[in-house]
Write a protein that binds this ligand. Structure first.
Ligand SMILES: [Zn+2]
Length: 313
């Protein structure tokens, strides 16, 4: 009997579903629905059940062909338990128990934090996945995930992999971070921090940056074209990513750093910049660790979630 897995990205705005064929992990079908706005403790699981039923039907798949369901959630999670998830108005939620109201024990159910799930998926889609990998997602926020011995590092309370909140920048003049601190990596490398730094530099230096309609893409395009301000901005991002990576490297000794998120659309140019700065900070054998680009893009959540479900027996 042919088997399948579901990967579900549970977000505050949308629930994204991917149906994957078990062996080759080909994406068979996908669907996106609005996250229910009320009664989250029940309604989200009801929506998941109904959507899986619908997708099964339109692909002529029976429920006993489902090996597992993986869920990526936007908050720390430990052993399927969420203490607090502001995006979904969850508090003290046992996600596994909630799913079991709808799905029998024959179906594996696995849940993990969305950035950790993305890290797992990004590693698994490589031709030869690594046993130890660190994933950065560079976007509005800076997130990440750590894979050690082939497993997601959840940590003691599910907070493992929150690399965006390493204190990297000793400057009281930064705004307060979402975590309540100041000087987090996210406050140097998150997109709004990058844009405001570029604007600040542009006041005193001449630049070809489009200051009235500034974007990350514009900054990288102008850096590639040789604009001094843009070059300074992208080097600052790369420098801080590299510095943080060198700290993680001497603790966790990964085999690879995978760089994803919207900012990584800058491509190999960004990777080369980071790798160059990294040489300054790396110690011992960690100097040889490569940086590579993430591949799954917008589907990182569903792909990673499907892989954590596939892995579970
Ligand atoms: Zn922070």
């Amino acid at each position: 009997m042919q088997k399948f897995v579901y990967g579900i990205d549970v977000g505050g705005t949308n629930l994204k579903f991917g149906l994957f064929e078990f062996n080759k992990m080909h994406l068979i079908d996908q669907i996106e629905i609005k996250t229910p706005m009320t009664n989250h403790e029940v309604s989200i699981f009801e929506s998941i059940f109904n959507t899986i039923k619908l997708v099964n039907e339109r692909n002529s798949i029976s429920i006993d062909q489902i090996h597992g369901i993986g869920l990526a959630v936007p908050c720390p999670v430990k052993n399927g338990f969420v203490k607090l998830c502001p995006n979904l108005s969850w508090r003290e939620m046992d996600i596994l128990a909630s799913m079991r109201r709808y799905f029998s024990k024959e179906i594996q159910i696995v849940v993990s934090n969305d950035a950790n799930v993305a890290a797992f998926g990004e590693n698994m889609v490589l031709e030869k996945p690594f046993m130890n990998a660190i994933f950065y997602t560079l976007g509005t926020g800076v997130g990440g995930g750590v894979i050690i011995d082939g497993k997601i590092l959840e940590g003691g309370t599910g907070l493992g992999g929150e690399i965006g909140h390493m204190h990297m920048f000793d400057d009281e003049s930064t705004d307060q971070c979402g975590c309540g601190s100041k000087g987090c990596l996210e406050q140097v490398c998150g997109t709004s921090a990058v844009l405001s730094y570029a604007k600040k530099l542009s006041i005193t230096s001449s630049t070809s940056l489009n200051i009235n309609n500034l974007s990350i893409k514009n900054i990288f395009d102008e850096a590639k074209a040789g604009d001094d301000v843009a070059i300074k901005v992208v080097n600052r991002i790369a420098d801080y990513i590299a510095k943080s990576a060198s700290i993680l490297a001497v603790i966790l000794d990964p085999e690879v750093f995978i760089i994803g998120g919207g900012v990584s659309k800058a491509g190999q140019y960004l990777i080369d910049l980071i790798q160059n700065h990294y040489k300054k900070y790396a110690r011992f054998t960690t100097g040889n660790i490569p940086f590579i680009l993430a591949r799954t893009g917008n589907n990182a959540g569903i792909i990673g979630a499907a892989y954590i479900a596939k892995q579970k027996n």
